[in-house]
Design a binder for this molecule. Structure first.
Ligand code: ZN
Length: 142
């Protein structure tokens, strides 16, 4: 049996919730009012987005502000408005997860495993393969 059909896969947890917003500066106040803090901000040019990470217990909220209307998040905002953009699941072995999902015919959006903010690895699973939710699979930097 594959280790990914076991519900207790080592290292598996919700890493973060990605929320699309018009403005990080306008959105962060709510979290700060709850005593939470933005610990990291970064512009990811190849994704066309500015991000802000807010730790919440063992997980995080990732605010996503588009760099322009023609970016992925920009189009999401104009079509659906601000809201939940993706859920990110952490795994210990992203290459094994990629191979397992591909073997099952899951539609993967990313052309390959990508390197993102802070050197972490990630790829995206299409919402049509994930109950209508864009799913990010991620692993800590190696
Ligand atoms: Zn994310």
């Amino acid at each position: 049996m594959s280790k990914y059909s076991d519900s207790s896969v080592k290292g598996a947890r919700i890493d973060h919730l990605g929320i699309a917003v018009e403005s990080i500066d306008a959105a962060r106040g709510l979290y700060e009012a709850l005593g939470l803090r933005v610990i990291h901000q970064e512009t990811v040019e190849h994704e066309g987005v500015r991000t802000a990470m807010i730790p919440v217990g063992e997980s995080r909220v990732e605010l996503l502000e588009p760099l322009g209307p023609e970016t992925t998040v920009g189009r999401f905002l104009s079509k659906r408005g601000a809201g939940l953009h993706h859920i990110a699941l952490h795994v210990d072995d992203i290459q094994a997860a990629w191979a397992e999902l591909q073997g099952r015919g899951v539609t993967i959006v990313s052309p390959a495993v990508q390197t993102g903010a802070g050197g972490h690895l990630y790829f995206f699973v299409h919402p049509k393969s994930a109950g209508g939710v864009l799913l990010e699979i991620c692993q800590d930097p190696v």
